[in-house]
Design a protein around this ligand. Structure first.
Ligand SMILES: *Cc1c(COP(=O)(O)O)cnc(C)c1O
Length: 392
């Protein structure tokens, strides 16, 4: 008999009752150091006092009114995102996939209203992940996620991630945009070269395409900058954000320049829940913390400590680990043994991590960790690697 909860996940036999900062606790009181962060969502850890206060205060006042009315909390969050980024305007969603969907629609509309309705195609990259809706699995073109769900949505051309020649060769008169993750998350913490990102900006300018970045996983402070593309000192035209933006509350956003959003006029797009007062109160509270003086610098400092420790582990345990990659607190350990086993053994040792493609274990701590938790995680990793059973 099918589970009441549709069995689309192979879940670990573990349920948590509460969380505090970077720790999760089961009902039996077992404690785990959470370097999974709900897949880069709990940017401020669990039960962050400022978020608890913000959601509680808003819950007393107003949860939802719909976008039939002005929502001051949404106007404020949009204004703050505009001030802190390349963007001039923001559409709020409930998830990353919806933020990507909004961006894809915006791309088509932009070319439609600027006289090129034929430019509806979007170039995407191998190894990409953009969500699980029909459009987003079609965009990423990963056979694992498309299997059984075809026909795919039309309009995406997938090229090798990082290969500029292949990308240029894929541009046709029907191309409207390039969609790329500055650091691939699900794909195995594969960072784009900063020069590749800069070249994409140039290619977009040369051909009149929109540069559409997916920062759903790498954004909101994860890499030590507010957004990861800032490391390349480029400005996209469109950007999808979610995960960390709500700190655990479902919030997504599609950010765009005024020019790119030219066609997004009243009636062109919508969402019942998107940008509701409760979600926006939490989003504003996340920004209070992430954009506070010194917060991102602290992320960078701790990330450097963690990375140095991980590099040491790789050197000492080549029979388990092959490589460290990523940026900031979005790190990946490519394994020489199956990554799923590493994740399971770390979990037994009290450390939560996330598997990714390319045999990688993702290390995604909450951005609020302290040096003590870096040490604790490295200790669990060291013991797990040192105790790894020798191949027979
Ligand atoms: C998680 C993720 C998405 C999809 O977000 P959902 O909220 O699950 O729809 C899209 N892009 C990237 C890079 C992601 O990591």
């Amino acid at each position: 008999m099918i589970d009441a909860l549709m069995p689309t996940y192979a879940r670990a036999e573990l349920a948590f009752e509460r969380g505090e900062g970077p720790y999760l606790y089961t009902a039996e009181g077992r404690r785990f150091l959470d370097f999974a962060s709900g897949i880069a969502v709990n940017a401020l850890g669990h039960s962050h006092p400022h978020l608890v206060e913000a959601v509680g205060a808003q819950a007393q006042k107003l949860w939802h009114v719909s976008n039939l009315y002005r929502i001051p909390e949404a106007e404020r969050l949009a204004q703050r995102l505009v001030e802190a980024t390349f963007a001039d305007t923001v559409f709020f969603t409930n998830s990353g996939a919806e933020a990507i969907e909004c961006g894809v629609k915006l791309v088509r509309k932009y070319h439609d209203v600027t006289g090129h309705p034929e430019r509806y195609r979007v170039i995407t990259c191998s190894g990409a992940f953009h969500g699980r809706t029909l459009t987003t699995i079609s965009a990423a073109a990963n056979p694992k996620y498309l299997e059984g769900f075809t026909p795919a949505v039309e309009g995406f051309d997938n090229v090798a991630f990082g290969n500029l020649n292949e990308l240029r060769a894929a541009i046709t008169p029907e191309t409207g945009a390039i969609l790329v993750e500055p650091i691939q998350g699900e794909g195995g913490i594969r960072p784009a070269d900063l020069d590749y990102l800069r070249a994409l900006r140039q290619v977009c300018d040369e051909f009149g395409l929109l540069l559409f970045l997916d920062e759903v996983q790498c954004g909101v402070g994860r890499t030590g900058r507010f957004f990861a593309h800032e490391w390349a000192e480029i400005r996209p035209d469109v950007m999808a954000v979610a995960k960390g933006l709500g700190g655990g509350f479902p919030v997504g956003a599609c950010l765009a320049t005024e020019a790119a959003a030219a066609g997004m006029t009243a009636g062109s797009h919508g969402s019942t829940f998107g940008g509701n007062p409760l979600a926006m109160a939490v989003g504003n509270a996340v920004l209070d913390v992430v954009l506070a003086e010194g917060f991102l610098e602290r992320v960078e400092t701790l990330a450097a400590e963690l990375r140095a420790g991980l590099e040491g582990l790789v050197q000492r345990h080549p029979g388990v680990l092959a490589e460290v990659r990523g940026a900031g607190l979005m790190l990946g350990l490519r394994c020489t043994v199956p990554n799923g086993e590493v994740v399971a053994r770390l979990r037994e040792g009290g450390l939560l991590t996330v598997p990714a493609a390319d045999n990688v274990v993702r290390i995604l701590p909450p951005l609020i960790i302290e040096a003590q938790q870096v040490e604790e995680a490295l200790g669990i990793l060291e013991r797990t690697c040192a105790g790894w059973p020798k191949a027979a």
